[in-house]
Ligand binder design. Structure first.
Ligand code: 6PG
Length: 258
């Protein structure tokens, strides 16, 4: 299925539209399966969204007590570090809503070896998975996009054979001045999700957005092209600056501007 691409002039409207869709999905998941499995990502872009979700109507409209939180990736840093993706979500969102602690499944970035953290998270995912599955089928995965085309901690470069079989891997990548050692969900884990939302803003992302969505298929160079849920859908929420390089007249009726 082709991704749906929504382009917004206004950041507030972009984040509200995403939050509203999330608020629709969550009760449906709880009604059908008793829980809502939500994967968060890091980086600076989701700050606004996290703040918004901590406020009404989302604070009481989303069934937080039946929500399980996971991360698409984590940097190899302690959970109190300013660089921790967990710390960001915890501060802006998770500490503000009634979500039981045992339903917050963070990646242990503080472990000496990111490979051990990846193994532990693999085990965490196995424990939360539906019976007979190696990892859970997430209801919603929120992802960002780097200006180099990376998503989660899937950086441009070789595709590892183990990525097909394992949900989590140790990764590394140099991006801005951020910690290079990472732990990331694999495309296999992300692509088993029911829904994936990309949240991308800012003119520096424009070339990567266009290359990922409309450029030639080059999975090693543009890792976000690897995100294609087998049995789910993808929505891109982007602002007009990040959309600058998109060809809007390609006859795609899945691109909408607000
Ligand atoms: C991280 C992320 C990463 C992020 C992109 C975009 O740990 O850094 O999870 O994949 O989504 O780097 O980051 P910005 O939102 O800060 O541009």
């Amino acid at each position: 299925m082709e991704p749906e691409v929504l382009i917004f002039e206004d950041q507030r409207q972009l984040n509200e539209t995403l939050a509203n869709r999330l608020q629709q999905l969550a009760p449906e998941a709880v009604e059908k399966r008793g829980r809502f499995l939500l994967v968060l990502s890091g980086g600076s872009t989701p700050r606004l969204l996290f703040r918004l979700l901590a406020q009404e109507p989302y604070a009481s409209g989303i069934p937080w007590s039946q929500t399980h939180i996971f991360w698409a990736d984590e940097r190899a840093v302690p959970p109190l570090s300013e660089e921790s993706n967990y710390a960001l979500a915890q501060e802006l969102l998770l500490s503000q809503v009634p979500i039981p602690n045992h339903q917050i499944h963070r990646i242990q970035g503080e472990l000496d070896d990111p490979h051990s953290a990846a193994e532990r998270y693999t085990e965490t995912l196995r424990q939360v998975a539906e019976e007979g599955r190696p990892w859970p089928r997430f209801d919603l995965v929120l992802l960002g996009l780097g200006s180099d085309g990376h998503t989660a901690s899937l950086f441009p470069g070789a595709i590892l054979p183990l990525e097909q079989e394992q949900p989590v891997l140790a990764a590394s990548g140099t991006y801005e001045d951020r910690p290079p050692d990472r732990i990331s969900l694999t495309p296999a884990a992300i692509n088993s999700a029911r829904q994936v939302f990309f949240l991308v803003t800012g003119g520096n992302k424009a070339p990567a957005v266009a290359a990922t969505l409309q450029g030639p298929r080059d999975l090693e160079r543009y890792p976000a092209q690897r995100i294609r849920p087998t049995n789910g859908s993808v929505v891109w929420f982007i602002d007009s600056e990040a959309a600058t390089n998109l060809e809007r007249n390609k006859g795609e009726d899945n691109v909408q501007t607000s």
